[in-house]
Each structure stands twice: as C-alpha cells, then as structure tokens.
Design a protein around this ligand. Sequence first.
Ligand SMILES: Cc1cc2nc3c(=O)[nH]c(=O)nc-3n(C[C@H](O)[C@H](O)[C@H](O)COP(=O)(O)O)c2cc1C
Length: 466
Amino acid sequence: MASVGGVGPPDRATAINIETLAELLFFTGGITREMEFPGGAYYMRAAPATGALYPIELYIVCQGIEGLGAGIYHFGPGDFSLTELRKGDYRTELSLASGRNQEIATSPVTIAMTSLAWRNAWKYQARSYRHWFWDSGVMAANLLATAVSAGLSSKLVMSFDDARVNLLLGLEEGKEATVALAPIGAGLVAPPREQTRSRSQLNLETVPLSAKEVQYPEVWRVHASSSLDERGASDWIKAGLAYHGKTNSSGGSHYPLQLSDVDGVKDTLEEVILRRGSTRRFATKSISFSALSAILYSSSRGVPFDFLRPGVTLIETYLIANSVDGLPPGAYSYIRDAGTLVQLKAGSFRRLSGYLCLEQPLFSDASVVLFLMADLQTILKHLGNRGYRAAQFEAGVVLGKIYLSAYAQRLGASGSTFYDDAVTDFFSPHAANMNVMVAVGIGVPDYVAREGKILVGTLNKAQLMK
Ligand SMILES: Cc1cc2nc3c(=O)[nH]c(=O)nc-3n(C[C@H](O)[C@H](O)[C@H](O)COP(=O)(O)O)c2cc1C
C-alpha cells in the first residue's frame, strides 16, 4: 500500500483481484483488536463506531473480479468470509436502481453499507438513527483511502431506490436498510450487456440479535420520509448537482492554515488504520498549528458523491482551540475556500468544550474539539428530506478523514456526541443557522496504545471464499 502522505499517488490499477477486494473489505470493516473482558472477548474494528456496536454491515455486488464469481455476497468480518446470496451479474439492477449510475455499471465491485438498526438502537434508542450515517461515514472514509492507495477510483452513491436495493441485498424490512453504495474501480469492466432485473425475495433465515427487540417507529418513519423510488433517485441527483453550497465567511482575525510543514508523514495507510483507536485519555498538551492545519486541509477536500459537484460540501467546520502552538485559544470557523481560520471568540474554553460534548472530560482535555456542522434548513430546501441523510453521512466521512489524518501524524482522536442547541448557541451569531452533525476531539494521547493487527487470517482468496 502507498503511504498516507508524502508519497505520490500509486499507478492506476487495471483490475481488481480477490486480494485487493480483501484489502478493501478489511481496512473498511475488518477486525483489528481483541479486548478481554470478564464476560469474554470483544472485537474492535478498523473504523470507529458509536458505542463500539458496529451496526454497519457490508455487502458486495461484483462482476469481473479475478477469482470470485459474479454475484451478491455478504461480508462476515468475524471469520473474514463472503457468503454468496445471489449468483450472476446484478450491476444492471443496481445501476438502474441508482439513477442509471455509470460507475456502478462499469465497476468490478460495488460495496453496499447497510445498517442493522437494532444493534445500535438497543442503547441509543431513536437517536441511533443519526448513528447509521456516522458509523457508515467513518467506514467510507477508510474505504476511500484504501481505494486511492490501491490506485482505484471510488464514488459514494446516496441516490437509489431504497426498496429495490434493500430487496436485492435481501435486507429485512423494518430492521435493516441500505445507507450508501460505493462503486470501486469505475471503467475497469464493460457495462453489462443484458438488462436483467430481479425482483425475487431472498427469504433467508436469520438469527435474532436479542430475545426481544423494542420498536422505534420514529426511526423508520423518518427513514421512509427520505426514501426514494427509481424516478426519485434520478431527480434527486439533479437537485444535488444544482446545489452550489454556501460561502462561509466573516470578519474577525484570520489565521491562514500552515501547510508548509506537513510532509513528515511516512507511515503507510495500513499502518495508520491499524494504529487508529479512539483516544480514551488526552494529555492536556499542545499540538502544532501545522498539525491542525493538515487535519483541516486533508479532511475538507470534498467527498466523491454521486449527487454533489466536485468540491461542493454540505459540512462547515467550527472548532474550539484549547491548546495549539501558534493559534490563540478560542472559538473559530474554518473557511475552507480561503484556507483560513477566523476567530469568533478569544479565550480559554476548555471546560466548555467538554460540556458541549455531553459533559465528557475527554473533550476538555483534547487540544482541539471540532464540530462538523450543516445548514440543514438550506440543505432540506434544496435536497429534500434525503438531504438529512446526506449531511449526516458526509459528516461521518469527514470525521473518518479527521481520524486518519490525526493518526497519520501520531496524534489521537475521538468522535463525540454533543448538546445540539448549546453548540449552535456557542458559535452564534456566526453559526445561527447551523446544526451540529458530529463532533471530534483531537490531541496528544496520555498513554501509549496497543497497535491493532490484521487479526483474522491472511488476506487471501482461501480465507475470503470460506
Ligand atoms: C460518531 C462517533 C461518536 C463517538 N462518540 C463518542 C463519545 O461521545 N464519547 C467517547 O468516549 N467516544 C466516542 N466515540 C468513540 C467510540 O466509542 C469508539 O469508536 C468505539 O469504542 C470503537 O473503538 P475504537 O474507535 O478505538 O476502534 C465515538 C465514535 C464515533 C465514530
């Protein structure tokens, strides 16, 4: 794998073989840590997840992968295996369900991220709906990075006919749903010749996750209100591509990002992902402004969505700097297009940064706490209810990029929940129209963490085909 920073892009790949597929799946959703608890072993994965509950499942729809028959498969991280659900080329079906998406039609593999809702809802109840998007977003960040590292193009598709895609993957209605689709390697295979479609149910037997499940109908009501049919998926892309984003600016002291000093990163992406683990204790030490600049810059280059023009984003970053060499403590708005931080308030807000993150001391000790915000009212006006999913998901992807950039620089990070209105109030009047999507603390860990490993077997065909 190529390095996260410093080294130029790898040569473009001309095919995807089973080993590359295994890398994509492992560094997105594989098991990297085993923790011993009195109740038994607990397994942690390559990407972070709210409450370590891992509600996101991965499926693949593939054709033309060397060493793997065309079909639809479910990925099991526990034994690192693929289970075949359907045999044959289903790219047409998936592409038609996604507004005739050409990347899906010409990619050897599309990875679908789906939410198994109860796995998170038993703890977080109806609030768990947002976690679908955060938890899949951080995985998507790992996937995008792994694809780049393998010389493969990638896209994140959010416009699709929900019912058709869920049916194709054999998801249980009212329990699971597709969040996003990621075609990898567009153009590497010819589009399907046959326009075959399948509407058959899979009717697979499933093992219940718990003896009893509590229903949270509001989750499914909200989800249904942002669901699309085939026609809606095409229209939604058009609405998205017509959205130009907003220009975020303001007065106040400007602090241009310091990007001259950031090529010290020598680790491979693989090393960075294995090292990553949410920081549980920050030392109240400073990070450099150039480290913060690198994190802001690399996490804000835009996400390759099907529904947004390149470079357009739904996310604006606000932050509280507690301890940054070269940047006075205070509250800031990051003006991406100008590459600068604008100071909104000067002063020490250490106690407040922890308070805003649901009173967790971890986020008082962090050197910087970033709040990824979106102007939901404007987004919903342009993108309808589906815009809610899009903004939460993009925030998850940006969060994942922040994690990777922090760990690439041997710093630490942890995602955080927050008091929604209190955050908006704190950054207002500048953020008066903004809603927080997700928060993240970054800083210097107060301990040396055990590195993760590729825990489940070797990444090879035998393992994946078990
Ligand atoms: C969106 C998101 C929100 C999170 N919120 C919190 C939080 O509020 N407090 C906290 O201590 N950790 C939080 N975490 C970190 C998770 O607890 C952590 O990712 C999970 O335990 C898995 O461990 P790992 O990240 O070390 O692999 C969050 C993670 C994510 C992705």
